[in-house]
Design a binder for this molecule. Structure first.
Ligand code: V4E
Length: 235
């Protein structure tokens, strides 16, 4: 499993020239469609779990637990998420979160628990394919965000790989990301340092957290969900 450490930044007209100037290599452009799923009462996202299907590939981003405490500025600008890409692991983790929520919540009822246990039984006995959507309906998960992104990616060598993505979402929002992948248990501080120095090389001086595509999407199209996440300090 890997931890994705990233810092978002506001894209400007000069960014491509700057990337070239500091030796970043363009590794390609692609377009993809993302669908994000959650329960109607936002169980996953309120716990900062992000379940996504991108062009048929599933991923669950989970809040990273780590022993390191970055300084306040780095903490504010960089995010860290554990990424699960194994489909069976994603299913069992999502089921665990929903089951815990159902057990602890006031709206907990026996039919919901029976439904979740049925999914657990199915998982033991059936081979569930990644394009099978039955597990979503069994867990009462629905798509709450769907958008396309055009992405231009660059790689830099700075004591290890640093990736820079320039994203253009189809709802009219552009954002850049400086990203380092750390194997679980790897050196988080070194990754944060590489991101901070790459940002400095690119002349990025913003001290405030830059909004991601999801912030803007929810703000525009799912304002109630957005308000709940703001209130819970997830976004
Ligand atoms: C973790 C998260 C979300 C899931 C996807 O976020 P993001 O990395 O922005 O998307 P994308 O398309 O760049 O994914 P990639 O290709 O890197 O896998 S949506 C909202 N969050 C929470 C979140 C947060 N709390 N803070 C920041 C700076 N970003 C995201």
């Amino acid at each position: 499993m890997t931890v994705e450490v990233e810092r978002k930044f506001v894209c400007n007209a000069e960014i491509m020239g700057k990337l070239q100037h500091i030796g970043a290599k363009c590794i390609g452009q692609r377009q993809f469609q993302d669908q994000y799923f959650d329960s109607p009462d936002s169980t996953l996202t309120l716990k900062d779990f992000w379940l996504r299907c991108r062009e048929g590939l599933w991923e669950l981003k989970c809040p990273a637990v780590s022993g390191t405490t970055p300084d306040n500025e780095t903490q504010a600008l960089c995010s860290r998420y554990r990424e699960i890409t194994s489909f069976p692991l994603i299913q069992s983790e999502v089921r665990r979160i929903i089951r815990e929520h159902t057990a602890e919540g006031s709206e907990s009822n026996s039919s919901q628990r029976e439904q979740i246990d049925k999914v657990a039984e199915n998982e033991d006995t059936e081979i569930c394919s990644a394009d099978d959507t039955k597990w979503l309906s069994d867990l009462n998960l629905v798509c709450f965000a769907e958008f396309k992104t055009k992405r231009c990616s660059y790689m830099l060598e700075r004591d290890g790989a640093v990736r820079v993505d320039l994203d253009q979402a189809d709802f009219g929002y552009c954002v850049g990301e400086i990203e380092v992948l750390v194997p679980e248990g790897g050196d988080m501080n070194a990754a944060l340092q590489r991101i901070t120095s790459t940002a400095a090389e690119l002349g990025l001086s913003c001290e405030k957290r830059v909004k991601g595509k999801m912030d803007i999407y929810l703000q525009r199209y799912q304002p109630d969900h957005y308000a709940k996440l703001l209130n819970a300090r997830i976004l």
